[in-house]
Design a protein around this ligand. Structure first.
Ligand code: RUQ
Ligand code: CUA
Length: 661
């Protein structure tokens, strides 16, 4: 074996030599012009295999070249969102979302404070989040590169990120749910962002003893209406549907043929209430099946319009009885401790994994519709019609241990994460996908080991109506021995997988440690769909309102300090390498409103603004206006200075803030 590999390497080195020597000197433009005798020596010295070299050339991104794909990943318990280039796996940005973020000045005096305030829980700041599932905005089931959404599982909150400046614009607290999980998932034209629940609780933060679980506890799914023009959720057009107290888990919106429907897996149809007698672990896994929730949200919309929903804490809500009676909610059994619910690109099938089942179960949307049309369905104990599994199922494919989530490619393959097996399963789709790949349909094609215990999986546009292929990323929960030992809290391991070839040719290309939390899901978009700004469109741009701020100072000559009683309003300009004015002198107890406008039009000419002693820190990108407001309660001599190394005279970019006692 060893000999074979070294023969392989020698052959490869031989090829490198031939390519290197074949290129005329100075022909820097040919793809292989960089391969030299030196490179071959490195290959040998580092003991790289031919697979290693393949992985290197597949992922290496030369300086000055940018990535063709961008991954928007959950930042897990950090409450943030990560932006990562693919295939280089370089982190491009950590977007502050539920947690203050100093570099962006998010939550340290500027407009970020107001955005974070949207996430208050019962009037109290909650300055972290457990982000799970980012969702990119879609048009006709395809990413359009305009917005990203993310949920906070811990507190049932959702956030909007605008992809013109990659910053958070809105956080909303779900007024009736305590936690969520199955969010944020978008409908094919981003009419709604779906926030599914997780652990049942009495709706609207009520108290109820656990022995009243069956009657008083409920699940809840929320459809946040999204106003694309405003780039904000519109709570007045949003609605919720009350569900039985099964633990609804992951959802996916139907697309194309199944547009207008949403599918969520669930667990704990046992109605276990824990308390170690039995434990939740044992209690929620007793049944062989739980229920796939099949929800007709177009019908739900009509019911809300017809006035058959009630208001609760500022949200329209359809109660469980109405949902069951009006044909909004159906169930179908799903085996064993189900997890994940993923709709195929054409919308024909729904794939559900089973944490304790070696199969994925594929449901046919057409069969589901036929069963609903045929009627005569028995109901569960909450009156919800149940479609028997054999009337809804298209196929069951044995993949291995712990199948969780599934994404798709452009060749008619599906990719499922196998948590217990620590593997990515590639399998072929049947039906209309049959002719796209060389294998007969509904069949396991390859199981690729990953390191280790993969949770989610994502592929290039792999959950859209038009998957891109090329790459999969395995979001592994455990890394164990993959990185240098840095103590007992180990990084997560994102592994880039090459899926460019058909058959059993998947390969792990690259390991990327994520050393700041446990991301859950991620989505990968083609970079050319994004049209972000390099500088804000006009000087004086307020990034919160996304318009020119009426309080902006558009030229240095207009910079001034205006006193009105004990209110002091400062109109300040910011440009390399000075603030105007450079001195602000006020009295203790004055109320300060301070507007800062960057006059810069040069890409990346960002300035900071740190005000010592007052916990204020801003990032002022080219053209941006920020406003801070505070009471000058602390007398003394303070400095404000620029925190971004913006020029040779960056250290000289400061001013004095004098507060007379
Ligand atoms: S699910 S633990 Cu995305 Cu597999 Cu949250
Ligand atoms: Cu501006 Cu440093």
């Amino acid at each position: 074996m060893k000999k074979l590999i070294s023969v392989g390497i020698l052959l490869l080195i031989g090829v490198l030599f031939i390519v290197a020597c074949g290129g005329a000197p100075g022909t820097g433009g040919t793809p292989a012009a960089g391969l030299t005798v030196d490179a071959a020596a490195v290959v040998q010295a580092r003991g790289l295999s031919s697979d290693d070299i393949y992985a290197a050339v597949k992922t290496y991104t030369p300086s000055g070249k940018t990535d063709p794909y961008i991954m928007i990943a959950s930042g897990g318990q950090s409450g943030q969102v990560l932006v990562i280039g693919i295939p280089s796996m370089r982190i491009l940005k950590v977007i502050g979302v539920f947690t203050p973020e100093p570099w962006q000045g998010y939550g340290f005096g500027g407009s970020g404070d107001e955005i974070l305030a949207g996430g208050k829980v019962n009037g109290k700041d909650v300055l972290w989040g457990d982000t799970h599932h980012p969702g990119l905005s879609e048009t006709n089931g395809v990413y359009d590169g305009q917005f990203a959404f993310i949920n906070d599982k811990a507190n049932a909150r959702v956030a909007v990120i605008d992809l013109r400046d990659f910053s958070t614009k809105q956080i909303l607290k779900n007024p009736n749910a305590i936690n969520d999980h199955g969010g944020a998932f978008v409908t094919p034209n981003t009419e709604y962002v779906i926030e599914g629940p997780q652990y049942a609780a009495p709706i609207g933060y009520e108290y109820a003893a656990l022995d009243q679980y069956k009657d008083k506890y409920r699940g809840l799914i929320t459809f946040w209406a999204f106003d694309r023009m405003k780039g904000r959720f519109d709570q007045s057009k949003s609605f919720q549907i009350e569900l039985p107290p099964y633990w609804q888990d992951l959802c996916d919106a139907g697309k194309k043929v199944s547009e207008g429907w949403v599918f969520c897996n669930s667990f704990n149809t046992e109605l276990a209430i824990g308390g170690n007698n039995p434990s939740f672990e044992a209690g929620t896994t007793k049944n062989d099946t739980d229920y796939l929730h099949i929800i007709n949200y177009k019908k739900a919309e009509e019911i809300v319009r017809a006035g058959k929903a009630k208001q609760l804490n500022g949200m329209m809500m359809i109660d469980l009885k109405t949902a069951a009676a009006e044909g909004i909610l159906f169930f179908s059994p799903e085996p064993k401790s189900p997890h994940g619910s993923d709709v195929t690109p054409g919308g024909e099938y729904i794939v559900v994994g089973g944490k304790l089942d070696p199969h994925v179960t594929v449901y046919s949307f057409e069969k589901i519709q036929n069963a609903i049309q045929a009627g005569g369905l028995k109901t569960d104990e909450y009156g919800v019609p149940v479609i028997p599994l054999d009337k809804a199922m298209e196929a069951q494919i044995e993949l291995g241990l712990g199948p969780l989530h599934t994404v798709f490619d452009d060749k008619g393959y599906a990719y499922t994460s196998l948590f217990l097996d620590s593997a990515v399963a590639r399998w072929s789709l049947g039906g209309p996908y049959e002719k796209k790949h060389p294998e007969p349909g509904w069949k396991l094609v390859q199981k690729l080991p990953v390191q280790y215990n993969i949770g989610h999986i994502t592929a290039v546009e792999g959950d859209t109506a038009e998957p891109g292929g090329q790459f999969v990323v395995a979001l592994n929960k455990w890394s164990i021995d993959r990185f240098a030992n840095i103590g007992p809290l180990m990084p997560q391991n994102f592994q880039l997988v090459d899926i460019s070839k058909t058959g059993d040719q998947m390969k792990v290309l690259y390991d990327m440690p994520i050393g700041m939390a446990e991301p859950h899901y991620a989505e990968i978009i083609k970079a050319d769909r994004l049209k972000p700004w390099q500088v804000y469109p006009q000087v004086g741009w307020n990034a919160e309102t996304m318009s020119v701020d009426p309080k902006a100072t558009l030229k240095e000559a207009d910079a001034k300090v205006v006193r009105n009683g004990n209110q002091v309003e400062i109109f300040m300009t910011v440009i390399r390498s000075h603030y105007m004015p450079e001195k602000v002198e006020i009295k203790k107890g004055d109320h300060v409103i301070w507007h800062l406008t960057s006059l810069e039009r040069t890409p990346d000419a960002t300035h900071g603004f740190a005000l010592s002693g007052y916990n204020i820190n801003l990032s002022i990108e080219p053209g941006k206006t920020e406003t801070i407001e505070f009471d000058a309660t602390l007398p003394g001599t303070f400095t404000y200075y620029c925190t971004e190394f913006c020029s040779a005279l960056h250290l000289e970019m400061l001013g004095y803030f004098l507060v007379q006692p």
